[in-house]
Write a protein that binds this ligand. Structure first.
Ligand code: ADP
Ligand code: ASP
Ligand code: MG
Length: 456
């Protein structure tokens, strides 16, 4: 058995679904469980409609939903064989009717609570999975729909739910494995439900995580993440195009890259795969002939110490300075307590005797945080910064690395630098405007010659 996950762009149109079908058919012998994201930009569009409903503008929200309805009918309808069109109409009618009543509830409460957020978002994957399951038979692939909410059991942390692993794995064994005899299962990613059956989601981009959970649950031989790029590249193509393909990378490197912004993989994806030692492969659904990136348990040795450069934009740096804290203890605890109270994750931290600098990537609670911190220290907030993160398992053992990094960045002002907490990354903070020149310089320094065993 294998898991094949197709992201939003890979199922965005009838032509894309046809490509999916061809890829699945070519691997039918491996007993695939297909995991799909919502079609195209559906999740964003559902959220936009929900925001309008919450603001009391139900008419506009319904108009958005009608457009989504037409989009699904048009694209899925062109991919689904005639004999399944009645079933398709039933799926569309049911889901869009329920979605309208969900939006009415959003309007009624005048806010998008986390539970309603999950419910609204869930329609994207519920629709795409049901529709792809109806399309596959037209391409000669027997298929069955799997409702993720009946197998993926989560806690009740809405919009960021975590799976209850043992229950989830037991359900996959009991309910999903038997279905895959002679048929392809099609399940929506991103969504699950609590033990009480309340719909939850695993966080934006969470379909990769669903695929890994499903892979661990059915004890798959491989978890394939099909997307719109050839695999993990040596740099984020939205920041700097022209990166090289990384053919092999370790679980720990992939996790670090995902965490520091390589959107191609959701940061939680590798964890279930590591636990069951299942290889993960990233592949391009538009170019299935490319070998992609294989993520493996063991370190991947290479003459290139850096495997890839990840970036996070729109980062805020908070500098906290207190002379009173010179030689005192408890300063760090008091600072972190404030961030904790406002549920604001801190990514990078650097400290000196009297100053602590931290980065955060969402600043919703920043005014409150700033106010509380200013009771104990002097606070400076610097917006529009970027984190650049060099990742490679061999970084800590590589001598001369610092000289190469600082040499490459001699024209760039580095605000923070951190190395060593995880052995495989070196990260810096630079001004947003310096991101591109910094990544360009680092990429030229570390990838102008490449090890053909690992890169392509
Ligand atoms: P999907 O919808 O298939 O889940 P995503 O948009 O979530 O796709 O992830 C794929 C995108 O990740 C790519 O289009 C690319 O812009 C981005 N990305 C960021 N960093 C990297 C990287 N290092 N290698 C490849 N892609 C990356
Ligand atoms: N559709 C969800 C999102 O847009 C999950 C995913 O695509 O992985 O975040
Ligand atoms: Mg994604």
């Amino acid at each position: 058995m294998i898991v094949m996950k197709f992201g939003g762009t890979s199922v965005e149109s009838a032509a894309a679904i046809e490509r999916v079908a061809a890829i699945v058919r070519s691997r039918f012998d491996q007993q695939p469980l297909v995991v799909v994201s919502a079609m195209g930009k559906t999740t964003n569009r559902l959220l936009a409609a929900a925001d309008k409903a919450a603001a009391g503008n139900l008419e506009d929200a319904f108009r958005d939903i009608e457009e989504l309805h037409a989009f699904h009918r048009r694209e899925a309808g062109a991919a689904i064989p005639r004999e399944n069109h009645t079933a398709m109409e039933v799926v569309l009618e049911n889901h869009f009717e329920q979605l309208e009543s969900t939006l009415q509830r959003v309007a009624g409460t005048a806010q998008l609570t986390p539970a309603l957020w999950d419910e609204v978002c869930s329609y994207g994957e519920r629709l795409s999975s049901a529709l792809v399951a109806l399309a596959l038979p037209g391409f000669g692939i027997p298929a069955v729909h799997v409702d993720a909410r009946e197998v993926l059991v989560t806690d009740s942390r809405h919009s960021q739910a975590l799976p209850l692993y043992s229950r989830t794995y037991a359900r996959f064994k009991e309910k999903v494995v038997p279905l895959l005899q002679g048929r392809v299962g099609v399940m929506g990613g991103f969504i699950g439900a609590t033990s009480e059956g309340v719909t939850t989601t695993l966080g934006r981009g969470g379909s990769d995580f669903s695929a890994a959970i499903a892979g661990a649950g059915i004890e798959a031989e491989e978890i394939q993440i099909w997307t719109d790029v050839d695999g993990m590249l040596t740099c984020d193509p939205r920041v700097l195009p022209g990166g090289r393909l990384v053919k092999r990378i370790s679980f720990s490197e992939a996790a670090e890259l995902a965490y520091f912004g390589a959107k191609v993989l959701h940061p939680s994806t590798v964890q279930p795969a590591i636990e069951k030692n299942i290889p993960v492969r990233i592949l391009n659904s538009r170019r299935p002939e490319v070998g992609g990136t294989l993520i493996v348990a063991d370190a991947v040795s290479s003459t290139n110490p850096v495997k890839s450069i990840a970036c996070k934009r729109e980062i805020t740096v908070v500098e906290v300075r207190s002379l009173r804290m010179l030689m005192a203890h408890g300063f760090l605890r008091r600072i972190f307590e404030v961030f904790d109270r406002y549920k604001t994750p801190v990514d990078m931290v650097t400290t000196s005797e009297v100053c602590v600098a931290l980065t955060i990537d969402h600043d919703r609670a920043l005014p409150e945080i700033e106010q509380e911190l200013s009771r104990i220290a002097e606070v400076t907030v610097v917006r529009d910064q970027a984190i650049i993160c060099l990742v490679g398992d061999a970084l800590r053992e590589t001598s001369g690395l610092g000289a190469r990094i600082f040499g490459a960045l001699r024209e760039v002002n580095i605000r923070m630098i951190s190395q060593g907490a995880s052995f495989n990354n070196v990260s810096f903070v630079v001004q947003g405007a310096d991101l591109l020149p910094a990544v360009q310089a680092l990429h030229a320094e570390f990838f102008s010659t490449i090890d053909p065993e690992v890169f392509q």
